[in-house]
Design a protein. Structure first.
Length: 251
């Protein structure tokens, strides 16, 4: 099953338009199910001198600056989320008109990466959360922390302590070949992140989605539970309490 959070984050990574009503779904880091919306009056957009980071995001021509705002969930008990990032105004073409785009570089608290944290051992979750904190500002470093989460997962599975991560994953392949193949891809993403500022948001989120699927293969028992429940219902012919009804269906 696809990680919907990753799809949401990819849309956010494409940038936020000038009109907050057009923003994509921004998942709440507290409840993970609600959508964040802009706190009225909190959006501040400022023009500043062009930085190399802004040129990389928006191109060499245009007006650049920064923005910050506050987001809230529909659920009143959830935490407020602070957002900071780049602002760019440019003209894509002679007939397109000027467009403003806001590119986030920090969410505080960080936006969630895993849909079901109950599937994740605590030591693994800590490293995934560490990746989430810097994902927007430094994707390559986030990839390194995702690689560290893979190391922690091998620890939780008690696989070949003291060996390289590659060797541990190959050892793991003997008992969990499908999950091991996924984790090998996550390792390669992490390795690429070690070679400077080379990865983009999409590269890291590919790794997150693959890692999340590996966790489901290893820890998600919901499929077996559904099969068991279906067998029980068939055995009692749909009744929660046998003979609870005097009338029997004609089949």
């Amino acid at each position: 099953m696809a990680n919907q959070l990753v799809k949401d984050l990819l849309r956010i990574g494409d940038g936020l338009g000038e009109d907050p009503t057009t923003w994509p779904h921004i998942p709440c880091p507290t409840c993970r199910r609600g959508a964040l919306s802009l706190v009225d009056g909190s959006l501040v957009v400022e023009t500043a001198n062009t930085s190399k980071d802004q040129e990389r995001v928006f191109g060499a021509d245009g007006i650049y600056g920064g923005f910050h705002c506050m987001l809230k969930c529909l659920k009143p008990t959830c935490d407020l989320v602070r957002v900071m990032g780049f602002m760019g105004v440019w003209e894509p073409g002679p007939t397109a008109g000027y467009q403003t785009m806001l590119t986030p570089t920090l969410f505080l608290p960080a936006l969630p990466l895993l849909e079901d944290t109950s599937l994740c051992p605590r030591n693994v979750l800590e490293r995934v959360n560490a990746a989430a904190k810097i994902l927007w500002l430094d994707p390559s470093s986030a990839a390194n922390r995702l690689r560290s989460a893979t190391e922690a997962l091998m620890d939780s599975q008690r696989i070949a302590f003291g060996k390289t991560l590659h060797a541990r994953i190959e050892e793991f392949r003997k008992t969990e070949p499908a999950a091991a193949e996924l984790l090998l891809a996550v390792k390669w993403v992490g390795n690429a992140g070690s070679h400077g500022d080379v990865l983009g948001l999409g590269d890291v989120l590919d790794g997150v989605e693959i890692f999340d699927h590996a966790l489901r293969l290893l820890y998600d028992t919901s499929s077996a539970e559904i099969v068991r429940k279906a067998a029980e219902i068939s055995a009692r012919k749909g009744l929660r309490v046998p003979d609870a009804y005097s009338a029997r269906p004609p089949f």
